[in-house]
Write a protein that binds this ligand. Structure first.
Ligand code: GDP
Ligand code: MG
Length: 445
């Protein structure tokens, strides 16, 4: 997502930086190019026009200030306007503090409603609260089953009533939740391929019956301007309280994400970034803007790490690293923690600078699996003191893990280099890795 737009903006802004001095002409030229990039990214034309106007005005005003680094200043202006376009600051979903709190989830078929319901349920469960997933999509039998499977997978309670209409199911679900000390009721409503009156009437009915604290509309970012239209219509009929952008992990051009807030006036509250139940993030306009401008998103990365990684263990690991006592057993543990955070390439994209550099590189997860296999074929003694691994041990490890001796050698060499690196860092009195960050750079694995 946003890769094309990021690339194009980077070229324009670089040119401007090279120019040294901002003039009305080079500002105007750049604005024309930025406008074109936005339109190519499928941003709504009115949104693009207003955006450019705002940036241009600020840039021309800035010219008077004779700023020392005009290019940087423009980057800052574009960044700030992007943040404003995306809604300014993060707007959280309604707090789960009623007994029960109710979120109603709606959207077109296939937009990601059921998946989102499970994602929210899981995040609530992680905060030690009880969620209830309600199957209010009764038109497709498979839909109820899908919700039940997802709920079972994350061990969250689900609710369905055969032969009843969705508004009644929802009302009954809330009653059930009241009696059973459920903290959050998630109503997974039906979708259609297109907006139709019957569906809207049903959703209005559900809304009237349960009066939800949050009415979330899930929009598929991959569908471009259609997503914006859908949002306008849902908002017009139902008065949604928040938008969830789903499939932000896809390679759509990003225009929908950039236009939806401006066109509907509805805050984007959550971002759904993958098929896995853990792929959900609060939507932060400033972080998204930084990502679009290729500035990375270190804050989200750190938060993700803090959420999934055992902090105590990470601290111990850092200490070991600094004392260069890190061994293959620790390494295995790190791999396990990393895996919990999700696919590596999506994580790498959040690191400033890395996103760009890694753009065409897919992280070779199978290479990681291979490393883990090699380490697992080592004895505990070998893992703790890799220096004892001689020729015959290498052969045994290679055979045991189904790899070549060369692969074993490579791993040992890289491990060695890493230890040396940390050893020298330690000598330079290097103290403290960024909070929550993964220690180590495992060469080109
Ligand atoms: N890549 C990706 N796929 C998603 C995401 N959210 C949902 N999906 C997939 O989109 C499809 C439709 O999702 P589903 O939740 O069943 O949509 P619903 O019809 O609105 O309930 C499923 O195959 C999901 O796995 C997302 O954020 N990223
Ligand atoms: Mg569904």
């Amino acid at each position: 997502m946003f890769e094309n737009l990021s690339d194009k903006l980077e070229v324009v802004l670089k040119k401007l930086r090279g120019a040294g001095k901002l003039t009305e002409k080079n500002i105007k030229d750049s604005m024309r190019e930025i406008r074109r990039s936005l339109l190519e990214a499928d941003v709504n034309y009115k949104v693009a026009r207003d955006f450019i106007k705002a940036v241009e005005q600020k840039a021309i005003g800035a010219e008077v200030l004779q700023s020392i680094d005009p290019g940087q200043l423009i980057v800052k202006i574009v960044h700030d306007e992007l943040v404003a376009l995306l809604g300014g600051k993060n707007e959280p979903v309604a707090p789960v503090d009623k007994s029960p709190t109710v979120y109603m989830v709606c959207g077109l078929q296939g937009s990601g409603k059921t998946t989102l319901t499970a994602k929210i349920a899981l995040s609530v469960k992680r905060k030690n609260k009880k969620a209830l997933m309600v199957a209010a999509d009764t038109y497709r039998p498979a839909a109820v089953k899908q919700l039940q499977v997802l709920a079972d997978q994350i061990a969250v309670e689900h609710f369905s009533l055969e032969g009843k209409k969705p508004p009644e199911i929802c009302r009954e679900a809330v009653k059930y939740a009241e009696k059973n000390f459920i903290d959050l009721v998630l109503l997974d409503t039906a979708g259609r391929l297109h907006i139709d009156d019957e569906l809207m009437t049903e959703l209005e009915d559900i809304k009237a019956q349960v009066d939800p604290h949050e009415l979330l509309l899930v929009t598929d970012a991959m569908t471009g301007q259609d997503a914006v239209k859908v949002a306008q219509e849902f908002h017009g009929r139902l008065g949604i309280t928040g938008v969830v952008l789903s499939k932000l992990d896809g390679d759509a051009r990003g225009g929908a994400a950039l236009s939806i807030r401006a066109v509907t006036g509805c805050p984007i509250k959550l971002a759904s970034t993958g098929e896995k139940v853990s792929d959900l993030e609060p939507f932060h306009p400033d972080r998204m803007a930084s990502r679009i401008l290729g500035m990375g998103d270190i804050v989200s990365l750190v938060e993700k790490a803090e959420e999934t990684i055992d902090m105590e263990q990470t601290k111990q690991m850092q200490e070991k690293l600094l004392k260069a006592q890190f061994n293959f057993e620790d390494f295995l543990e790190q791999m396990k923690q990393l895996k919990k955070m999700g696919p590596l390439d999506s994580l790498l994209g959040m690191i400033p600078g890395v996103g760009k550099a890694m753009k065409n590189v897919r992280v070779d997860e199978s290479a990681m699996e291979r490393m883990v296999a090699i380490i697992k074929s080592m004895t505990i003694e070998e893992r703790r003191s890799p220096t004892i691994i001689d020729g015959s041990r290498k052969k045994r490890i290679a055979l045991g893990s189904g790899n070549s001796v060369q692969a074993v050698n490579q791993l040992l060499k890289q491990f060695n280099a890493m230890q040396k690196m940390f050893h020298s860092m330690n000598k330079k009195k290097f103290r403290g890795l960024p909070k929550g960050m993964m220690p180590g750079n495992f060469g080109n694995f």
